[in-house]
Design a binder for this molecule. Structure first.
Ligand code: SAM
Ligand code: SF4
Length: 327
């Protein structure tokens, strides 16, 4: 029987989110503080060799799915060299990437050729001025990046829209029509109180039930399923293939089915987005531990996984903002 990693609450861990950088070429105000410069120093970044070693160990322990994320993963140089190496690892059957798509136009083909198949792209608005206000960046680069990703053959491409009251909640239908036109899956996300930035933005938190109510005024929605859909609940437009996901960390947490851990760029394993349970792998890697010892360390780390986040009960407790942990 294939080995499995199981946490203290009998959840099987088969998914790792791998942050390859805590830097970003955007500054979404709910994610990264304005003027933030306290990034990890390059000597503390796991090298591609170290990342490959850790992911290979997870693969031997039964983890099948890897999502490359950040910060913005495309700002890490030669990313497709890393994804080529990860795609070849035994046991890793699903390699995906989360990106803001700012630099996707240049990298889409190489990433696809390296073995990445599924993409999540953040896009909160289709209005250039509003995009600038939310991210400090340029919308047209993202749109070009998205079109390049579509042309390269990625499927599915999921658009992640963080919905904020009074900021972009008037664009639900427009975004849905955009995704429908291009064959993208659309996922609406509730704002989480990650760090000061997320906490400030969560004042604009909009429960997904309100989003669903608005959409139902315009569309006939039926229950849908999405393979590998993770924590999102899916619906689809009646008579159409288009899927719409709703990610509800705030209004309806999904911790009982959590199957993942996160590896940050400095080699720390984080057990939960909303808790501080962690395990530092980098010192062990640099002290020369064996592969067997690395596997034992990972098993020890998984034993630390807490039952659930407490975003609603203790929003002040999450001091890390999203780009630090790896979203
Ligand atoms: N830079 C890439 C991107 O934007 O897709 C990958 C990393 S980003 C941290 C991953 C996801 O986290 C994005 O979809 C972003 O919208 C989401 N995110 C960041 N801060 C958040 C917050 N406070 N609440 C909810 N989602 C958040
Ligand atoms: Fe960068 Fe992604 Fe955070 Fe926006 S959500 S600041 S694109 S890491």
């Amino acid at each position: 029987m294939a080995p499995t990693l199981t946490d203290p609450f009998a959840r099987q861990i088969d998914y790792i989110r791998l942050s390859v950088t805590d830097r970003c070429d955007l500054r979404c105000y709910y994610c990264m503080p304005e003027g933030h410069t306290d990034f990890e120093a390059p000597e503390d970044w796991l090298s591609f060799d170290e990342i490959e070693r850790v992911i290979a160990a997870f693969g031997r322990l039964g983890v099948q799915r890897v999502r490359v994320t950040g910060g913005e993963p495309l700002v890490r140089k030669n990313l497709s060299e890393l994804t080529t190496r990860l795609a070849r690892l035994p046991g890793i059957t699903d390699l995906s990437l989360s990106s803001n798509a700012v630099q996707m136009e240049r990298h889409a083909q190489a990433l696809f050729d390296s073995g990445v198949r599924r993409l999540n792209i953040s896009l909160d608005t289709l209005k250039p001025e509003r995009f600038k206000a939310i991210t400090q960046g340029k919308l047209d680069k993202v749109i070009h990046g998205l079109m390049a990703a579509k042309a390269a053959g990625f499927a599915p491409i999921k658009i992640n829209m963080v919905v904020m009251r009074g900021v972009n909640d008037d664009e639900l239908v427009e975004m849905l029509e955009f995704c429908r036109q291009h064959g993208f899956t659309l996922r609406f996300i509730e704002t989480m109180p990650m760090g000061d930035t997320g906490r400030n933005a969560s004042a604009q938190y909009l429960p997904m039930d309100e989003v669903i109510t608005t959409l139902k005024q315009h569309y006939s929605l039926i229950p849908g399923v999405m393979p590998g859909g993770g924590p999102a609940r899916y619906m689809q437009l009646a008579g159409e293939a288009m899927k719409i996901g709703f990610i509800t960390p705030m209004s309806q947490h999904f911790c009982e089915t959590c199957n993942r851990v996160r590896l940050s760029v400095d080699g720390t394993l984080y057990m939960c987005l909303g808790q501080d349970h962690r395990f530092a792998l980098r010192p062990l890697l640099r002290a020369g531990i064996s592969d067997t010892e690395l596997e034992q360390a990972i098993i020890q780390a998984i034993a630390l996984k807490p039952e659930r986040h407490e975003f609603s009960e203790k929003p002040e407790q999450v001091v890390r903002f999203m780009s630090m942990t790896g979203g």
